[in-house]
Write a protein that binds this ligand. Structure first.
Ligand code: COS
Length: 383
Protein backbone atom coordinates (compact mmCIF):
# COMPACT_ATOMS: atom_id res chain seq x y z
CA UNK A 1 0.00 0.00 0.00
CA UNK A 2 1.25 3.42 -0.90
CA UNK A 3 0.26 5.25 2.26
CA UNK A 4 3.13 5.48 4.71
CA UNK A 5 2.27 3.95 8.07
CA UNK A 6 3.99 4.93 11.30
CA UNK A 7 5.84 2.22 13.20
CA UNK A 8 3.01 2.07 15.72
CA UNK A 9 0.33 1.73 13.03
CA UNK A 10 2.32 -1.01 11.32
CA UNK A 11 2.86 -2.85 14.62
CA UNK A 12 -0.88 -2.82 15.38
CA UNK A 13 -1.67 -4.04 11.88
CA UNK A 14 0.75 -6.96 12.25
CA UNK A 15 -0.52 -7.81 15.74
CA UNK A 16 -4.16 -7.89 14.54
CA UNK A 17 -3.16 -9.86 11.43
CA UNK A 18 -1.36 -12.50 13.49
CA UNK A 19 -4.30 -12.80 15.85
CA UNK A 20 -6.85 -13.06 13.02
CA UNK A 21 -4.87 -15.67 11.13
CA UNK A 22 -4.08 -17.78 14.19
CA UNK A 23 -7.32 -17.52 16.12
CA UNK A 24 -10.14 -16.43 13.84
CA UNK A 25 -9.63 -17.98 10.40
CA UNK A 26 -9.43 -21.61 11.56
CA UNK A 27 -12.83 -21.42 13.29
CA UNK A 28 -14.78 -18.89 11.22
CA UNK A 29 -16.54 -21.42 8.97
CA UNK A 30 -17.64 -23.45 11.95
CA UNK A 31 -18.88 -20.34 13.76
CA UNK A 32 -20.95 -19.43 10.73
CA UNK A 33 -22.59 -22.87 10.88
CA UNK A 34 -23.15 -23.04 14.64
CA UNK A 35 -23.77 -19.32 15.24
CA UNK A 36 -21.56 -19.60 18.32
CA UNK A 37 -20.77 -16.16 19.71
CA UNK A 38 -16.96 -15.65 19.70
CA UNK A 39 -16.69 -14.86 23.40
CA UNK A 40 -13.28 -16.44 23.97
CA UNK A 41 -11.80 -14.64 20.99
CA UNK A 42 -13.23 -11.36 22.20
CA UNK A 43 -11.67 -11.89 25.64
CA UNK A 44 -8.28 -12.27 23.94
CA UNK A 45 -8.97 -9.22 21.79
CA UNK A 46 -9.68 -7.30 24.97
CA UNK A 47 -6.26 -8.31 26.30
CA UNK A 48 -4.65 -7.15 23.06
CA UNK A 49 -6.26 -3.72 23.35
CA UNK A 50 -8.57 -4.24 20.37
CA UNK A 51 -11.70 -3.38 22.34
CA UNK A 52 -10.63 0.02 23.57
CA UNK A 53 -8.57 1.15 20.65
CA UNK A 54 -9.27 4.88 20.67
CA UNK A 55 -10.13 5.04 24.37
CA UNK A 56 -7.53 7.08 26.29
CA UNK A 57 -4.98 5.13 28.31
CA UNK A 58 -6.29 6.53 31.62
CA UNK A 59 -9.54 4.66 30.99
CA UNK A 60 -7.71 1.41 30.19
CA UNK A 61 -7.78 2.02 26.43
CA UNK A 62 -5.01 1.57 23.88
CA UNK A 63 -5.17 5.30 23.07
CA UNK A 64 -4.22 4.82 19.42
CA UNK A 65 -5.44 6.74 16.38
CA UNK A 66 -8.32 5.98 14.03
CA UNK A 67 -5.95 4.85 11.28
CA UNK A 68 -4.60 2.12 13.59
CA UNK A 69 -8.15 1.19 14.53
CA UNK A 70 -9.15 0.87 10.89
CA UNK A 71 -6.10 -1.23 10.06
CA UNK A 72 -6.78 -3.58 12.98
CA UNK A 73 -10.45 -3.89 12.08
CA UNK A 74 -9.57 -4.73 8.47
CA UNK A 75 -7.42 -7.61 9.72
CA UNK A 76 -10.07 -8.91 12.11
CA UNK A 77 -12.68 -8.75 9.30
CA UNK A 78 -10.29 -10.64 7.03
CA UNK A 79 -10.41 -13.45 9.58
CA UNK A 80 -14.05 -13.31 10.66
CA UNK A 81 -16.59 -10.68 9.64
CA UNK A 82 -18.91 -11.59 12.54
CA UNK A 83 -16.17 -10.86 15.06
CA UNK A 84 -15.37 -7.63 13.20
CA UNK A 85 -18.87 -6.19 13.48
CA UNK A 86 -18.89 -6.88 17.21
CA UNK A 87 -15.53 -5.09 17.47
CA UNK A 88 -16.70 -2.19 15.31
CA UNK A 89 -19.93 -1.57 17.22
CA UNK A 90 -18.14 -1.96 20.56
CA UNK A 91 -15.43 0.57 19.69
CA UNK A 92 -17.15 3.01 17.35
CA UNK A 93 -20.70 3.46 18.53
CA UNK A 94 -20.49 2.46 22.19
CA UNK A 95 -16.99 3.18 23.53
CA UNK A 96 -16.40 6.28 21.44
CA UNK A 97 -19.57 8.24 22.38
CA UNK A 98 -18.99 7.40 26.04
CA UNK A 99 -15.40 8.63 25.68
CA UNK A 100 -16.53 11.84 23.99
CA UNK A 101 -19.70 12.69 25.83
CA UNK A 102 -19.68 10.63 29.03
CA UNK A 103 -19.35 12.10 32.51
CA UNK A 104 -16.42 11.10 34.70
CA UNK A 105 -18.82 8.77 36.51
CA UNK A 106 -19.84 6.96 33.28
CA UNK A 107 -16.25 6.66 32.14
CA UNK A 108 -15.07 5.27 35.48
CA UNK A 109 -17.98 2.90 35.78
CA UNK A 110 -18.39 1.62 32.20
CA UNK A 111 -15.65 2.80 29.85
CA UNK A 112 -12.84 1.26 31.89
CA UNK A 113 -14.53 -2.14 31.72
CA UNK A 114 -15.48 -1.78 28.04
CA UNK A 115 -11.93 -0.84 27.09
CA UNK A 116 -10.50 -4.14 28.31
CA UNK A 117 -13.39 -6.22 27.04
CA UNK A 118 -14.63 -7.12 30.51
CA UNK A 119 -18.03 -6.17 29.14
CA UNK A 120 -19.14 -5.70 25.55
CA UNK A 121 -20.96 -2.68 24.18
CA UNK A 122 -23.92 -2.13 21.88
CA UNK A 123 -25.81 0.82 20.41
CA UNK A 124 -29.59 1.11 20.14
CA UNK A 125 -30.90 3.85 17.87
CA UNK A 126 -32.99 1.97 15.28
CA UNK A 127 -36.59 0.99 15.95
CA UNK A 128 -39.01 -1.22 14.03
CA UNK A 129 -40.49 1.91 12.41
CA UNK A 130 -37.42 4.15 12.44
CA UNK A 131 -34.37 2.94 10.49
CA UNK A 132 -33.04 5.41 7.94
CA UNK A 133 -35.09 8.11 9.68
CA UNK A 134 -34.01 7.86 13.31
CA UNK A 135 -35.58 11.20 14.28
CA UNK A 136 -38.98 9.49 13.95
CA UNK A 137 -38.17 7.14 16.83
CA UNK A 138 -40.82 6.61 19.49
CA UNK A 139 -39.04 5.23 22.55
CA UNK A 140 -39.66 7.62 25.43
CA UNK A 141 -37.68 8.52 28.54
CA UNK A 142 -39.61 10.32 31.27
CA UNK A 143 -37.81 11.83 34.23
CA UNK A 144 -38.92 10.50 37.61
CA UNK A 145 -36.76 11.83 40.43
CA UNK A 146 -33.32 10.30 40.15
CA UNK A 147 -34.39 8.06 37.27
CA UNK A 148 -35.63 8.14 33.70
CA UNK A 149 -38.37 5.67 32.83
CA UNK A 150 -37.79 4.20 29.37
CA UNK A 151 -40.53 2.63 27.24
CA UNK A 152 -40.14 1.39 23.67
CA UNK A 153 -38.61 -1.16 21.32
CA UNK A 154 -35.25 -1.07 19.55
CA UNK A 155 -34.57 -3.17 16.44
CA UNK A 156 -31.55 -4.84 14.77
CA UNK A 157 -29.25 -4.32 17.75
CA UNK A 158 -25.85 -5.89 17.15
CA UNK A 159 -24.53 -7.64 20.31
CA UNK A 160 -27.79 -6.77 22.10
CA UNK A 161 -27.83 -10.25 23.59
CA UNK A 162 -24.22 -10.38 24.72
CA UNK A 163 -23.46 -6.79 25.68
CA UNK A 164 -23.16 -5.54 29.24
CA UNK A 165 -23.83 -1.95 28.28
CA UNK A 166 -25.98 -0.33 25.58
CA UNK A 167 -26.06 3.27 24.41
CA UNK A 168 -29.79 3.86 23.94
CA UNK A 169 -31.59 6.86 22.46
CA UNK A 170 -35.07 7.92 23.56
CA UNK A 171 -37.34 10.96 23.41
CA UNK A 172 -37.22 13.15 26.49
CA UNK A 173 -39.23 15.87 24.74
CA UNK A 174 -41.50 14.72 21.90
CA UNK A 175 -42.37 18.24 20.79
CA UNK A 176 -38.75 19.07 19.96
CA UNK A 177 -38.42 16.17 17.48
CA UNK A 178 -34.74 15.26 16.92
CA UNK A 179 -33.68 17.93 19.40
CA UNK A 180 -35.80 16.16 22.03
CA UNK A 181 -33.84 12.91 21.72
CA UNK A 182 -31.46 11.98 24.54
CA UNK A 183 -28.91 9.20 24.91
CA UNK A 184 -28.49 6.89 27.91
CA UNK A 185 -26.00 4.28 28.98
CA UNK A 186 -28.14 1.32 30.00
CA UNK A 187 -26.71 -1.62 31.88
CA UNK A 188 -27.72 -5.22 31.31
CA UNK A 189 -30.00 -6.36 34.11
CA UNK A 190 -31.62 -2.96 34.62
CA UNK A 191 -35.23 -3.72 35.69
CA UNK A 192 -37.56 -3.46 32.70
CA UNK A 193 -34.79 -3.98 30.10
CA UNK A 194 -35.32 -7.18 28.11
CA UNK A 195 -33.97 -8.90 25.05
CA UNK A 196 -36.78 -9.63 22.57
CA UNK A 197 -36.57 -11.55 19.31
CA UNK A 198 -33.16 -12.93 18.38
CA UNK A 199 -32.90 -12.54 14.59
CA UNK A 200 -31.86 -15.31 12.19
CA UNK A 201 -29.66 -13.66 9.58
CA UNK A 202 -28.29 -14.37 6.12
CA UNK A 203 -24.72 -13.63 7.18
CA UNK A 204 -22.64 -12.47 10.15
CA UNK A 205 -24.22 -15.43 11.85
CA UNK A 206 -21.85 -15.56 14.84
CA UNK A 207 -22.80 -12.01 15.79
CA UNK A 208 -26.12 -11.65 17.57
CA UNK A 209 -28.76 -9.22 16.36
CA UNK A 210 -31.78 -8.71 18.58
CA UNK A 211 -34.74 -6.60 19.51
CA UNK A 212 -34.40 -4.78 22.82
CA UNK A 213 -37.50 -4.02 24.83
CA UNK A 214 -37.91 -1.33 27.47
CA UNK A 215 -40.92 -1.67 29.75
CA UNK A 216 -40.97 0.96 32.47
CA UNK A 217 -37.22 0.50 32.55
CA UNK A 218 -35.71 2.58 35.36
CA UNK A 219 -32.41 4.05 34.25
CA UNK A 220 -30.49 6.16 36.80
CA UNK A 221 -30.49 9.83 35.77
CA UNK A 222 -26.70 9.89 36.05
CA UNK A 223 -26.61 7.44 33.12
CA UNK A 224 -27.71 10.23 30.77
CA UNK A 225 -25.00 10.66 28.11
CA UNK A 226 -24.27 14.33 27.48
CA UNK A 227 -27.22 16.61 28.15
CA UNK A 228 -30.92 16.14 27.55
CA UNK A 229 -31.59 16.72 23.85
CA UNK A 230 -28.03 15.85 22.76
CA UNK A 231 -28.95 12.28 21.78
CA UNK A 232 -29.43 12.77 18.04
CA UNK A 233 -26.13 14.55 17.59
CA UNK A 234 -24.35 12.01 19.78
CA UNK A 235 -25.80 9.20 17.66
CA UNK A 236 -25.01 10.92 14.34
CA UNK A 237 -21.43 11.70 15.31
CA UNK A 238 -20.98 8.15 16.64
CA UNK A 239 -22.23 6.85 13.29
CA UNK A 240 -19.67 9.00 11.44
CA UNK A 241 -16.96 7.00 13.20
CA UNK A 242 -18.97 3.80 12.84
CA UNK A 243 -19.00 4.26 9.08
CA UNK A 244 -15.19 4.20 9.03
CA UNK A 245 -15.56 0.95 10.96
CA UNK A 246 -17.93 -0.60 8.41
CA UNK A 247 -15.72 0.56 5.55
CA UNK A 248 -12.80 -1.17 7.29
CA UNK A 249 -14.85 -4.30 7.77
CA UNK A 250 -15.75 -4.23 4.07
CA UNK A 251 -12.08 -3.94 3.18
CA UNK A 252 -11.11 -6.93 5.28
CA UNK A 253 -13.73 -9.14 3.65
CA UNK A 254 -12.85 -7.83 0.17
CA UNK A 255 -9.17 -8.66 0.69
CA UNK A 256 -10.13 -12.14 1.87
CA UNK A 257 -12.23 -12.57 -1.32
CA UNK A 258 -9.37 -11.43 -3.52
CA UNK A 259 -6.82 -13.69 -1.84
CA UNK A 260 -9.17 -16.68 -2.11
CA UNK A 261 -9.87 -15.90 -5.78
CA UNK A 262 -6.15 -15.61 -6.60
CA UNK A 263 -5.33 -18.87 -4.86
CA UNK A 264 -8.15 -20.69 -6.60
CA UNK A 265 -7.41 -19.23 -10.03
CA UNK A 266 -3.78 -20.38 -9.80
CA UNK A 267 -4.61 -23.98 -8.95
CA UNK A 268 -7.74 -24.56 -11.01
CA UNK A 269 -6.83 -26.06 -14.38
CA UNK A 270 -9.21 -25.96 -17.35
CA UNK A 271 -8.43 -26.31 -21.05
CA UNK A 272 -4.96 -27.51 -20.04
CA UNK A 273 -3.80 -24.53 -17.99
CA UNK A 274 -4.52 -22.66 -14.75
CA UNK A 275 -7.51 -20.37 -15.24
CA UNK A 276 -5.28 -17.57 -13.82
CA UNK A 277 -3.76 -17.46 -17.32
CA UNK A 278 -6.99 -16.40 -19.00
CA UNK A 279 -7.45 -12.73 -19.61
CA UNK A 280 -11.09 -12.88 -18.47
CA UNK A 281 -9.86 -13.92 -15.03
CA UNK A 282 -6.74 -11.70 -15.01
CA UNK A 283 -8.81 -8.58 -15.67
CA UNK A 284 -11.29 -9.51 -12.98
CA UNK A 285 -8.41 -9.83 -10.51
CA UNK A 286 -6.97 -6.51 -11.72
CA UNK A 287 -10.29 -4.73 -11.20
CA UNK A 288 -10.79 -6.30 -7.77
CA UNK A 289 -7.33 -5.23 -6.59
CA UNK A 290 -7.83 -1.71 -7.96
CA UNK A 291 -11.17 -1.25 -6.24
CA UNK A 292 -9.76 -2.50 -2.93
CA UNK A 293 -6.89 -0.02 -3.19
CA UNK A 294 -9.33 2.82 -3.89
CA UNK A 295 -11.54 1.85 -0.95
CA UNK A 296 -8.53 1.56 1.34
CA UNK A 297 -7.35 5.05 0.47
CA UNK A 298 -10.83 6.51 0.98
CA UNK A 299 -11.12 4.78 4.35
CA UNK A 300 -7.70 5.77 5.63
CA UNK A 301 -8.29 9.30 4.39
CA UNK A 302 -11.51 9.57 6.43
CA UNK A 303 -9.66 8.09 9.43
CA UNK A 304 -6.80 10.57 9.01
CA UNK A 305 -9.20 13.51 8.83
CA UNK A 306 -10.90 12.29 12.01
CA UNK A 307 -7.51 12.01 13.70
CA UNK A 308 -6.66 15.57 12.66
CA UNK A 309 -9.88 16.79 14.25
CA UNK A 310 -11.37 17.90 10.93
CA UNK A 311 -15.00 17.43 9.91
CA UNK A 312 -15.09 14.04 8.28
CA UNK A 313 -18.78 13.08 7.98
CA UNK A 314 -18.84 13.24 4.17
CA UNK A 315 -15.54 11.39 3.84
CA UNK A 316 -16.70 8.66 6.24
CA UNK A 317 -19.88 8.30 4.16
CA UNK A 318 -17.87 8.15 0.93
CA UNK A 319 -15.64 5.45 2.39
CA UNK A 320 -18.61 3.49 3.70
CA UNK A 321 -20.58 3.85 0.45
CA UNK A 322 -17.73 2.89 -1.82
CA UNK A 323 -16.21 0.13 0.33
CA UNK A 324 -19.52 -1.60 1.08
CA UNK A 325 -20.66 -1.57 -2.56
CA UNK A 326 -17.16 -2.59 -3.64
CA UNK A 327 -17.02 -5.67 -1.41
CA UNK A 328 -20.33 -6.87 -2.81
CA UNK A 329 -18.98 -6.62 -6.36
CA UNK A 330 -15.82 -8.39 -5.28
CA UNK A 331 -17.56 -11.19 -3.42
CA UNK A 332 -19.68 -11.74 -6.54
CA UNK A 333 -16.59 -11.99 -8.72
CA UNK A 334 -14.76 -14.21 -6.23
CA UNK A 335 -17.60 -16.71 -6.47
CA UNK A 336 -17.65 -16.36 -10.27
CA UNK A 337 -13.95 -17.25 -10.40
CA UNK A 338 -14.57 -20.27 -8.17
CA UNK A 339 -17.37 -21.42 -10.50
CA UNK A 340 -19.63 -24.13 -9.07
CA UNK A 341 -17.28 -24.66 -6.14
CA UNK A 342 -17.83 -21.08 -5.03
CA UNK A 343 -21.48 -21.85 -4.48
CA UNK A 344 -20.63 -24.57 -1.96
CA UNK A 345 -20.03 -24.13 1.72
CA UNK A 346 -16.72 -25.98 1.22
CA UNK A 347 -15.10 -22.71 0.14
CA UNK A 348 -15.13 -19.55 2.28
CA UNK A 349 -16.24 -17.22 -0.54
CA UNK A 350 -19.81 -18.47 -0.06
CA UNK A 351 -19.74 -17.08 3.50
CA UNK A 352 -17.98 -13.86 2.43
CA UNK A 353 -20.78 -13.22 -0.06
CA UNK A 354 -23.48 -13.60 2.61
CA UNK A 355 -21.54 -11.65 5.24
CA UNK A 356 -20.91 -8.70 2.90
CA UNK A 357 -24.52 -8.22 1.89
CA UNK A 358 -25.50 -6.22 4.96
CA UNK A 359 -22.59 -3.78 4.67
CA UNK A 360 -24.53 -1.61 2.23
CA UNK A 361 -27.42 -1.55 4.69
CA UNK A 362 -26.41 -1.16 8.30
CA UNK A 363 -25.01 2.02 9.87
CA UNK A 364 -26.76 3.87 7.06
CA UNK A 365 -27.78 2.38 3.71
CA UNK A 366 -25.92 3.37 0.53
CA UNK A 367 -28.85 5.70 -0.19
CA UNK A 368 -28.41 7.43 3.19
CA UNK A 369 -24.65 7.80 2.56
CA UNK A 370 -25.50 9.54 -0.72
CA UNK A 371 -27.79 11.91 1.19
CA UNK A 372 -24.98 12.79 3.60
CA UNK A 373 -22.49 13.27 0.74
CA UNK A 374 -24.84 15.32 -1.44
CA UNK A 375 -25.86 17.49 1.52
CA UNK A 376 -22.17 18.20 2.04
CA UNK A 377 -21.69 19.42 -1.52
CA UNK A 378 -25.08 20.93 -2.30
CA UNK A 379 -26.38 21.92 1.10
CA UNK A 380 -29.99 21.11 2.00
CA UNK A 381 -32.72 20.93 -0.67
CA UNK A 382 -33.40 24.31 -2.32
CA UNK A 383 -36.76 25.89 -1.63
N1 COS B 1 -22.71 14.93 13.40
C1 COS B 1 -23.27 15.79 14.27
N2 COS B 1 -24.48 16.33 14.10
C2 COS B 1 -25.16 15.99 13.00
C3 COS B 1 -24.65 15.10 12.05
C4 COS B 1 -23.37 14.57 12.27
N3 COS B 1 -22.82 13.72 11.42
N4 COS B 1 -25.55 14.93 11.06
C5 COS B 1 -26.60 15.69 11.35
N5 COS B 1 -26.36 16.34 12.53
C6 COS B 1 -27.23 17.33 13.18
C7 COS B 1 -27.51 18.48 12.26
O1 COS B 1 -26.52 19.46 12.39
C8 COS B 1 -28.85 18.98 12.74
O2 COS B 1 -28.64 19.81 13.87
P1 COS B 1 -29.65 20.99 14.29
O3 COS B 1 -30.73 20.34 15.06
O4 COS B 1 -28.81 21.85 15.16
O5 COS B 1 -30.12 21.63 13.05
C9 COS B 1 -29.52 17.71 13.19
O6 COS B 1 -28.50 16.73 13.43
C10 COS B 1 -30.50 17.16 12.19
O7 COS B 1 -29.83 17.03 10.97
P2 COS B 1 -30.61 16.73 9.61
O8 COS B 1 -31.69 17.75 9.44
O9 COS B 1 -29.61 16.56 8.53
O10 COS B 1 -31.31 15.35 9.99
P3 COS B 1 -32.23 14.38 9.17
O11 COS B 1 -33.30 13.90 10.07
O12 COS B 1 -32.60 14.97 7.85
O13 COS B 1 -31.27 13.11 8.95
C11 COS B 1 -29.69 11.67 7.95
C12 COS B 1 -30.10 13.11 8.31
C13 COS B 1 -30.62 11.06 6.92
C14 COS B 1 -28.30 11.77 7.39
C15 COS B 1 -29.68 10.84 9.23
O14 COS B 1 -30.99 10.65 9.70
C16 COS B 1 -29.04 9.47 9.09
O15 COS B 1 -27.82 9.34 9.12
N6 COS B 1 -29.85 8.41 8.94
C17 COS B 1 -29.37 7.08 8.91
C18 COS B 1 -29.29 6.52 10.27
C19 COS B 1 -28.51 5.27 10.29
O16 COS B 1 -27.36 5.23 9.88
N7 COS B 1 -29.12 4.23 10.77
C20 COS B 1 -28.46 2.98 10.80
C21 COS B 1 -28.76 2.31 12.04
S1 COS B 1 -27.73 2.68 13.32
S2 COS B 1 -26.70 1.02 13.35
Amino acid sequence: MSMQLTDEQHMIQVMARDFARKELIPTATERDATKEFPLENLKKMGELGLLGMTVPVEYNGAGVDTVSYSLALQEIAYGCASTAVIMSVHNSVCGEPITRFGSEYLKEKYLKRLAIGEILGSFALTEPGAGSDPSSQRTTAVRDGEFYILNGVKQFITTGLNSGVTVVTALTDKARKHRGISAFVVEKGTPGFYVGKVEDKMGLRASDTVQLIFEDCRVPAKNLLGREGDGFKIAMSALDGGRIGIASQSLGVAQACLDAAIEYAKQRVQFGQPIANYQGIRWMIADMATEIEAARLLTLNAATMKDRGERFSAQASMAKLYASEMVNRIAYKAIQIHGGYGYLKDFPVERFYRDARVFTIYEGTSEIQRIVISNHFLGPLLK
